[in-house]
Design a protein around this ligand. Structure first.
Ligand SMILES: [Zn+2]
Length: 379
């Protein structure tokens, strides 16, 4: 609210006294004014409000202080002048006026997408960028069945989407919603083109009797899934990475790429949800990017696991470890040792299953070894 504005224009002897307090920031639906007016002798006769010097209306006479709510439906966006005039009941009608300015804003924020359209691919990360003409409150993007926040990055707003490996190629709708500070809502609808990704097909994974038994342990698998889902659900607004990720195994061998469609010895088939990197048993496993440890214990199927949260809905997982070298809550730097290579859980030899989850969807880590998704595409 403004400080009280007091009329100082003396139009004649003993005009009324009037003070007005109004909104200090822009307004959308209504503006509330507090008006104090009085006249010692002979007393107030009228109180009048004028909008932009044209539209006048009488106000009730204040008994001490009047709170007046002005509806703004008829006013266009922009600056308006509201004049309050108190007139006494002297024969000459002594008057005193106070002018107040209000800024009306009923326009939703304008949201812009970068030129060129949105192009994604099965199993890949897609950065969705928007730019707005004013600060945004809680911007979100809705794609398939998920709604994710957009965070301020590089002078614009960005959300990182994971495209499901099984997502049918074609066009899919995407909706962005945002409000300005006054609550004016904007909505932008667009389409995303999803391209097919040629995943490798083949390979049979022979499992031991114990491993096959473990595969049938539904309660343990359910516990594993819910723990991992909780770890992936982090959407810390602090982006911890700068630059592309680094391979968590130095001089290892990529033994199975992300997305490979494989058959297990119990007949089940599935897409590979991460990248396998092999080296000797006990080899150093390092953090692919700076992050905070959100899971560090043994799980069904995945054995000893570390999951790192990098912020903005990006997490990496390190699975089948021989030993875990960090604890939940630890902050780690890129390249810091977080464990050693092993073959715990459902594994057929020492290797790291390196997983990357973006916006709660498993995607190909390979893309992140070259890109950091942090440079705004706006000129
Ligand atoms: Zn794997």
């Amino acid at each position: 609210m403004w400080p009280w504005l007091t009329a100082c224009a003396v139009l004649d002897r003993e005009p009324p006294e009037i003070e007005v307090q109004g909104p200090e920031t822009a307004v959308r639906q209504s503006a509330t004014f507090r008006i104090r007016a009085h006249d010692d002798r002979p007393g107030l006769a009228r109180l009048v409000m004028t909008v932009d010097g044209a539209r006048s209306e009488p106000l009730p006479l204040p008994d001490g202080e009047l709170e007046w709510v002005l509806g703004l439906e008829a006013l266009e966006d922009g600056l308006h002048t509201i004049t309050f005039t108190a007139i006494d009941s002297a024969w000459m009608g002594n008057a005193a006026s106070v002018k107040a300015s209000i800024q009306v804003d009923t326009t939703p924020p304008t949201l812009r997408l970068p030129p060129g359209g949105l192009l994604g691919a099965q199993g890949k990360t897609l950065a969705v960028w928007i730019k707005a003409g004013e600060p945004l409150v809680e911007p979100t993007v809705t794609f398939t069945d998920r709604t994710l926040p957009l965070f301020p990055v590089d002078g614009a707003h960005r959300a990182l989407l994971g495209i499901e490996i099984r997502q049918e190629p074609g066009q899919l709708p995407l909706t962005i919603r945002a409000r300005d500070r006054l609550g004016n809502e904007a909505r932008l609808e667009t389409m995303v083109d999803i391209l097919p990704t040629p995943f490798e097909i083949g390979g049979t994974i022979k499992l031991s009797k114990e491993q096959l038994e473990a595969r049938r342990d539904e309660p343990a698998k359910e516990k594993m899934r819910s723990e991992r889902d909780a770890a992936y659900a982090h959407d810390d607004p602090r982006q911890r990475w700068t630059g592309p990720m680094g391979l968590p195994v130095a001089y290892g061998t990529k033994t199975s790429p992300f997305g490979k469609y494989r058959t297990y010895s119990d007949g089940t088939r599935s897409y590979h949800s991460g990248m396998d990197l092999a080296k000797r048993d006990g080899a150093r496993i390092s953090a692919a990017a700076p992050g905070v440890v959100v899971l560090a214990h043994s799980q069904a199927i995945f054995g000893n696991v570390v999951i790192l949260d990098h912020g903005h809905g990006v997490t990496t997982s390190y699975n089948h470890l021989r030993a875990i070298a960090v604890e939940v809550g630890d902050e780690v730097e890129q390249g810091q040792r977080i464990g050693s290579m092993g073959s715990t859980g459902q594994s057929t030899g020492p290797h790291l299953h390196w997983g990357l989850v973006v916006g709660r969807v498993a995607v190909d880590p390979d893309q992140w070894l070259a890109e950091d998704f942090s440079t705004s595409p706006f000129p």
